[in-house]
Design a binder for this molecule. Sequence first.
Ligand code: NAD
Length: 260
Amino acid sequence: MKEMDKKVIIITGAAMGLGLAAAQEFATRGAKQVLVDYNKEALEKAADEIRAEFPDAEIVTHVADVSKEEDVKAYVELAESSFGRIDGLYNNAGIEGRQAPLAEYNLDVFRKVVDINLMGVYFGMRHVIPVMQKQKYGRIVNVASVGGIRGVVNQTPYVATKHAVSGMTKNAAIEYGKDGILTNAIAPGAILTPMVAEAFKQVNPDNPEAAEREYSQRNPTRALGQPKDVAKLVAFLISEENGYVNGQTIAIDGGESNLY
Ligand code: NAD
């Protein structure tokens, strides 16, 4: 019997990066999982990798765009019809947008970041919370960012939506704690995932490795974070081991957000 046997977890943005690392971590703990992503090919590849490593893993995949409410309803219905309950939601899918100063930001990109990072996280909670209320149990982890507690130059919509995620997390926590639902957010710093690799290319197109080196030297640990570091924190917050942490935005950034 593994520690998360019988627990049913939904992960959005599960095809790569932080979502995939969490799916691997939950598989080691025996959870049943609904893996959601809008990149079908990458999602199937990720699920195949997990099944190869953990042949007993119970995994279903679902191609969905979290910014579309009907897609979100569908992944929630799939979780219920496949496994009969939902214990955890890792509301992780998100995009960074392009880098540009506030007044010059492309409006279509701005709206896309809002639709995915803010509305996608909201729709996830909107449709999962009623299921968790019936069970009188649930754990939600929303993905904010250090950009959800600090400003980040040239990333206005990202920073705005990640602050919003932190705010919605507080509201869910105070409204649904009475139903046995604990809701928290994580605020990762620079964790080496495909999204961050892409950001280094935008910062220094000729030499992204130099941007990565420079960035890691600013961190108190002189290193970037690894997706598995984040997965361990998420696994705690989304498990029954978390009995009383609710409404927090927890930085996982090597201490960098404390630097002045
Ligand atoms: P990533 O780009 O490596 O992976 C994100 C995954 O989400 C991809 O598989 C992508 O296809 C999927 N996705 C994006 N939009 C989607 C949508 N509308 N519907 C369904 N799936 C969608 O990114 P990552 O670095 O793993 O980031 C994951 C989350 O963590 C994001 O919310 C991001 O803002 C946040 N974050 C990451 C870092 C970091 O350093 N990597 C830091 C702070 C916050």
